[in-house]
Design a binder for this molecule. Structure first.
Ligand code: ADP
Ligand code: MG
Length: 691
């Protein structure tokens, strides 16, 4: 191994053979220093431990041959291709290798040079294996270690202008610098979690003795990343626990009054979630809880339960929904439940301006409004609460976490030192453990089980042609007094196209169903127009609602039993599952028709939906397809949330990292004894500022 003294802070340009163009290529890989280079994790390893005697090799084998160049030449074919050919001899015989070039004539290999070939053997002619474009390693003399031969060989990410062999050689040359990389993990911590030291880790990561060692190294790097992530979450948890919130007691008397207002009995799943929430609300520290439940599991009722508790205590509640339509629906639900009570509701929509808004703001600031329902308009700087006790955020994934924090920071003017409790609801079920990693400073409640008496929704995937055959079914449903949604996708680049699709669809459906009213709902409509259409659909006046994705989340019209999704291939699985949740809310079940216009063979992805009705299972599939990166919303920063850690696979490591983070912080809250960790934490804080 190379023994030139190097430091991890040295520029990659300081390595031997590093021309400017090559250095540029490394920079494109995100590698500027030797330390960066050493953290460039291999994508895989090739087993090049044992050379094969050329005489034993069979066609089709992937083989390593080590020998000396017996002869070599280069020549041009009539087709204008240049070929480099070499005959390599080992103790048992010879092998031939050919490489193909266009545009320049390669130099033949020097005779007697010791080399290794690695690749697939195309054919064996006269007991002589022939390689086509194998990897070539120029070897040092026997007895000297080599990065590309006689070991598990790392295959690193590469880029234009950098071959695997060049990256590997650079890592090899940089390796002595690994010894001086400061290890951010204190030795006792490493011992407690059975982690190798950093220098050893980096050596094993690139040049492991076996694959277990390589995996141990990767696990150590994953631990580092997850530890820093957990430190950040622990920091947030502790900050929250150090603030005060008004405790909201739920004595039996209050509970009875709340339950009397709900139009139905809560399911056991809802009761369990309510109990968990109530236990939090009774504490003098702010609750931060995520309420997960599949679409239609009845999250709103659980939220209303908490809401009424806060109101009973004389505190204000902010209820934030992602769309106008939903905010309006929540207002109506609340109005229905609160008729005859003294609870004062205020709706704050984005469009509300002028005198009406000024008066509403004055009432909120004076504490004359108990519950404020609205869209992100609730976040505006001019919305001041008198005494905010609880914030409810519906359909969390539609809001940035920064927005949620802004709302929580509002508190109130009456007791500015304390913070409201926060309940976040989401219908995009994320596997529980994963939720812990993403929103690790949140407690999680899950509504399990279904609401009784619900008939199931049937789902089928049809082609454009088959779609015509559904008309009789549509007519039958409508004739039976039921209603239907027809959904068009929002085209990412242009909502104009989506609008045209939806408008054309609206005309077609209007012509096809002259005896019914067909409504059109899309993002470009004016607010009150949207509300009018939605209201007409809610009352049943409009039988068919043609819409772009505005009905995606939360809309609740129990009489709708049919859902037709156009261009279903353009939707994500979870999104389709959400849409499907719009129907089957009554007692007669529903039919969901996914029209696949992709003209592809068997849309396997969509079939997952037809086969499965469990949102959690679907979310896991979606996760497999999209990866976890999206959950952190860091994609737009162009940096992955984790480099070495792979979730959900590394969940056990994550759990260990969490324990370690708690221990570190309880002993040394400012991480004074761990400057490297403190630095990493600071970097992570700014990366995940939005999460
Ligand atoms: P989601 O979890 O998707 O937000 P909702 O809160 O909109 O679901 O509830 C879906 C429907 O189920 C609503 O019509 C609601 O009135 C009804 N619902 C909720 N809980 C119950 C229950 N315990 N018994 C009967 N119906 C319920
Ligand atoms: Mg909802």
């Amino acid at each position: 191994m190379n023994t030139v003294a190097r430091s991890h802070a040295d520029d990659v340009g300081s390595l031997p053979g590093m021309r400017a163009a090559r250095r540029e290529a490394f920079v494109r890989l995100g590698v500027e220093t030797l330390g960066d280079l050493l953290r460039l994790a291999p994508r895989r390893y090739e087993d090049r431990r044992h050379p094969r005697p050329t005489a034993d090799i069979e066609a089709g084998e992937t083989a390593l041959v080590v020998g000396r160049v017996r002869s070599s030449k280069s020549f041009r074919t009539r087709a204008g291709l240049s070929i480099l050919e070499a005959t390599i001899a080992d103790a048992s015989g010879t092998a031939i290798a050919r490489w193909f070039y266009r545009g320049f004539m390669p130099t033949p290999l020097p005779e007697d040079r010791r080399v290794a070939l690695f690749g697939v053997v195309k054919t064996v002619k006269n007991a002589q294996p022939e390689f086509k474009s194998p990897e070539l390693e120029r070897l040092a003399e026997e007895g000297v270690d080599d990065p590309g031969c006689g070991r598990f060989v790392p295959v690193h990410p590469r880029t234009a202008g950098l071959s695997a062999a060049v990256v590997r050689r650079a890592v090899w040359d940089a390796l002595p610098a690994a010894l001086d990389v400061p290890d951010p993990l204190p030795a006792p911590l490493r011992a407690a979690h059975d982690l190798p030291a950093l220098g050893e880790t980096l050596r094993a990561l690139h040049f492991p003795d076996d694959l277990e060692e390589a995996e141990r190294a990767r696990r150590r790097l994953a631990f580092d990343e997850l530890l820093v992530h957990e430190l950040l979450l622990a920091e947030r948890r502790q900050a929250r626990r150090a603030t005060a919130a008004p405790p909201l007691p739920f004595p039996a008397r209050v509970r009875a009054r709340i339950e009397a207002r709900l139009p139905f009995e809560l399911t056991p799943g809802q009761v369990k979630a309510v109990d968990e929430i109530v236990a939090d609300l009774e504490q003098p520290v702010p609750m931060n809880r995520l309420l997960q439940g599949d679409v239609g599991s009845g999250k709103t009722a659980v939220a209303v339960y908490a809401l009424l508790g806060a109101v009973a205590r004389g505190l204000q509640v902010a209820f934030m929904a992602p769309t106008e339509v939903l905010a309006r629906q929540h207002t109506q639900t609340l109005e229905r439940m609160l008729t005859g009570s003294r609870v004062r509701l205020e709706q704050l929509a984005g469009g509300r301006r002028g005198k009406g808004r000024t008066a509403a703001l004055a009432r909120i600031a004076a504490g004359e409004a108990d519950v404020v329902v609205g869209t992100h308009a609730v976040l505006s700087a001019d919305v001041q609460f008198a005494d905010l006790g609880l914030v409810i955020v519906d359909e969390q994934h539609k809001f940035g976490v920064r927005q949620r924090r802004e709302l929580v920071a509002k508190g109130g003017t009456k007791a500015a030192w304390r913070r409201p409790h926060c309940l976040v609801m989401t219908a995009t079920p994320i596997p529980r453990t994963l939720a812990l990693t993403v929103w690790g400073d949140m407690e999680v409640s899950v509504i399990e089980g279904r609401i009784p008496g619900r008939a199931p929704v049937e789902t089928c995937v049809v082609t454009a042609q088959e779609a015509r055959d559904v008309m009789p079914r549509v007519r039958a449903e409508l004739a039976a007094g039921r209603q239907a949604y027809v959904i068009y996708p929002l085209v990412e680049e242009s909502d104009k196209i989506a609008l045209k699709d939806a408008q054309a669809g609206h005309e077609r459906w209007t012509r096809a169903l002259p005896e019914h009213r067909v409504g059109l709902l899309h993002g470009r409509l004016k607010r009150d127009e949207k509300e009018r259409v939605m209201e007409a659909f809610r009352t049943g006046e409009v039988a068919v609602l043609v819409a772009t994705v505005v009905v995606e989340v939360g809309v609740d019209v129990p009489n709708a039993s049919l859902l037709i999704v156009e261009h279903a291939e353009r939707f994500g699985l979870s999104q389709l599952h959400q849409l499907r949740g719009r129907i089957g809310r009554g007692t007669t079940g529903g039919l969901c028709i996914l029209v696949d216009r992709s003209r592809e063979e068997t849309p396997a992805r969509l079939e997952i939906l037809a086969a499965d009705t469990d949102g959690f299972a679907i979310a896991e599939e979606d996760l497999k397809l999209r990866g976890v990166g999206d959950l952190f919303g860091t994609r737009q920063h162009g940096r992955p949330a984790f480099r070495a850690a792979v979730l959900p696979r590394d969940l056990p490591v994550l759990m260990e990292a969490r324990t370690a983070a708690d221990a570190l912080l309880s002993e040394d809250p400012a991480l004074e004894a761990h400057p490297a960790l403190a630095r990493a934490l600071k970097a992570r804080r700014s990366l995940l500022d939005d999460v």
